[in-house]
Design a protein around this ligand. Structure first.
Ligand SMILES: Cc1cc2nc3c(=O)[nH]c(=O)nc-3n(C[C@H](O)[C@H](O)[C@H](O)COP(=O)(O)OP(=O)(O)OC[C@H]3O[C@@H](n4cnc5c(N)ncnc54)[C@H](O)[C@@H]3O)c2cc1C
Length: 612
């Protein structure tokens, strides 16, 4: 008897259960799309890795319905910000900078920008949480499964896999493939995506350990403590980072190594010694959990997809952890792509919608890789003002550091220069604009002809809300039955939304006609007194940048796709044109049909089979 080979099928196949792959699985599941996700290892990330979770990512997690669970597990914002430079935790402080928006003058910027809060959730806790959100719905997960390669054709992708337990090779057939397979992405190599930059620009080692450091840190809560120790046996200048994993008994030290010497063999003894030196107390009991080495990269892909295969996360942006952008950007890549895949797979959008992933996300990849690498350079002025670059002699370095306490003109100058150098790291630690000011330009963003408004403040440091197409829908607190609801809560969940005012009621009729015509649901929310959602603070009226009869068309990823300043006689037509363009359905056939007849007669124009 011969066994017939059955090739399992799924709609979207995802390589990698990291932040990118796991969030893609959860999002696709939430949109009711069958997907399969694999990991070559037996479980999700075992080490804490990325941790800072910014507000844009929290908005994605809110849309997924897991924000409350994340907040429950995460270390809260209040524990994150007393970023300290010191000679050791037990030693002298050299300076501090309030980080992640925790300075009293910055807090309001963060609070008004989003219904969500920054928090700190280590990657080894985030990944299972995302998979838990995915699996009960439409996701199948397979561990111990290695991606070997793929072939795509007109109808789909055939993926070659290796079961690492049985040693058997097999194939899966999918309509689309996502390469979320990290910084050494095989999918990116197979697609031969163009990469710019350089891999391996510096060496780093991670030491994860348990130690109760409450007495050294609880009075100055932070996720980062920078220690500068000339003469330490490893790491040149001797700058090491002690990063909080769980307050205040689980930690990760990041320590550099010289790439010329190759990765060190980090023994438990060596790791314990590094911990004791950086803490400055060798009586503290320490349990080493794991050690690992990794390299700092400076690479971004300029193209992110080919045909039916899309790459995301570290696969397309590889950079150091400075600014904490890795996992955040990975999750946001998934948020951009997954609703598009869902609509195409449901036959509601043309495949050309998927071509907007590259122009929308490639600039973000480039921007964050540059930001994270430029940020590393901002540490040099700190070393310089401490006199660490002028000599190789550790004793002289220590003397140079000590001179910041001198009551001399030189001491005074050095103190001011050090404070300035630390303040200049603001763009690492409070880069709210980098996190929040994404602006997309593609065929899925329909311009209203207005020019891009200039940023009023530094665009890397400060978020500037805008309702111009290509920007995130501004967050404003509305009120429903006495309770606060964000404008974001009226949008998302895989659907398009229209936000308008009381005088814009005519959009309800327009949305119905256009929705029927295109075969999609469009949620319409009229915001004002006596409506389901009121705007008692007037924040939405201030932020919407359109008249009360106008409308914002919000895409499922919270991006404004189109807006109209007022309701006019051609409103239905304009909405139809905008939405069909976003969906890639403004092809000649539909247009020809549409110009011939009235919109009402075109309810449910079918998508061509071959589009899917
Ligand atoms: C050791 C280490 C320490 C880090 N520390 C920090 C940090 O301190 N702070 C910070 O901000 N960032 C850190 N990062 C970076 C951060 O973890 C990444 O930005 C983030 O994980 C990117 O998510 P991703 O989903 O794109 O990729 P990854 O998290 O790398 O996930 C890739 C996934 O693909 C799977 N995979 C890869 N190849 C295959 C294959 N052929 N077949 C099947 N599965 C495959 C992997 O097993 C994994 O599940 C660190 C990264 C590493 C490796």
């Amino acid at each position: 008897m011969t066994m017939e080979t059955v090739i399992p099928e799924t709609e979207v196949f995802i390589v990698g259960t990291g932040p990118a792959g796991a969030s893609a699985a959860a999002l696709l599941s939430s949109y009711n799309i069958d997907n399969m996700v694999i990991n070559k290892f037996s479980w999700t990330a075992r080490t804490p890795r990325a941790h800072i979770t910014n507000q844009r990512t929290m908005e994605v997690l809110r849309d997924l319905g897991v924000e409350a669970e994340v907040m429950k597990l995460a270390s809260p914002w209040e524990y994150m910000g007393e970023n300290t430079f010191c000679t050791s935790l037990a030693g002298e402080e050299l300076g501090r900078i309030n980080s992640w928006g925790t300075h009293p003058q910055r807090k309001a910027d963060y609070v008004v920008s989003s219904p969500t809060r920054v928090c700190d959730l280590p990657q080894n806790m985030m990944e299972p949480l995302l998979l838990r959100a995915a699996v009960p719905k439409k996701t199948k997960v397979k561990f111990d499964t290695e991606y070997l390669g793929h072939v795509q054709d007109d109808d789909g992708v055939t993926i070659d896999l290796l079961d690492l337990i049985t040693g058997q090779k097999y194939q899966v057939r999918a309509k689309y493939l996502i390469g979320a397979d990290g910084g050494n992405s095989r999918v990116v190599s197979d697609l031969d995506l163009p990469l710019e930059g350089k891999m391996g620009v510096a060496g780093s080692m991670n030491v994860v350990f348990e130690a109760d450091l409450t007495k050294y840190v609880a009075h100055r809560p932070s996720i980062l403590y920078w220690t500068i120790q000339p003469g330490s046996e490893v790491g040149g200048i001797g700058m090491g980072l002690i990063r909080m994993v769980r307050p205040w008994n689980k930690w990760l030290i990041i320590w550099g190594y010289d790439l010329k010497d190759g990765p060190p063999d980090v023994t438990e003894e060596m790791a314990t010694d590094i911990v004791h030196k950086l803490v400055g107390d060798d009586t503290i009991p320490v349990r080493i959990d794991t050690t690992s080495v990794w390299t700092v990269n400076d690479v971004h892909a300029t193209e992110l997809s080919r045909g039916r295969v899309f790459c995301m996360g570290d696969a397309i942006h590889r950079h150091p952890p400075t600014n904490g952008l890795g996992s955040n950007t990975s999750i946001q890549d998934a948020f951009n792509l997954c609703w598009k895949l869902a609509l195409v797979l449901k036959g509601q959008a043309a495949p050309s919608l998927l071509e907007t992933y590259d122009p929308e996300r490639a600039p973000v990849a480039k921007q964050i890789v540059k930001r994270a690498n430029d940020s590393i350079e901002l540490f040099n002025p700190i070393f310089k003002t401490l006199g660490l670059l002028d000599t190789q002699d550790p004793e002289q370095m220590q003397k140079n550091i000590n001179s910041i306490k001198d009551a001399t003109p030189e001491g005074q100058e050095q103190r001011a220069a050090l404070k300035q150098a630390i303040d200049n790291t603001d763009v690492i630690y409070n880069a709210h604009g980098v996190e929040m000011n994404q602006r997309y330009a593609s065929s899925a963003i329909i311009s209203d002809g207005t020019p891009e408004p200039a940023f009023q403040r530094d665009k890397e440091l400060y978020h500037q809300a805008s309702s111009r197409p290509g920007a995130n829908v501004p967050h404003a607190w509305l009120v429903k039955n006495g309770r606060r609801v964000s404008t974001l809560d009226l949008c998302g969940k895989g659907g398009f939304s229209l936000l308008t005012g009381i005088c814009g009621k005519a959009w309800v009729e327009a949305a119905k006609k256009v929705g029927d015509s295109l075969g999609i649901n469009i949620a319409v929310h009229i915001i004002g007194p006596g409506q389901t959602y009121d705007d008692p603070y007037g924040d939405f009226a201030r932020l919407r940048e359109i008249t009360e009869t106008g409308v914002l068309l919000v895409r499922p990823d919270f991006m404004v796709g189109w807006r109209a300043n007022r309701h006019t006689a051609s409103a239905t037509e304009d909405l139809y044109t905008a939405l069909s363009s976003i969906l890639g359905r403004s092809d000649e056939k539909i247009h020809a049909a549409r110009t011939d007849q009235n919109l009402d007669e075109h309810a449910g124009i079918p998508l061509k089979d071959e589009w899917i």
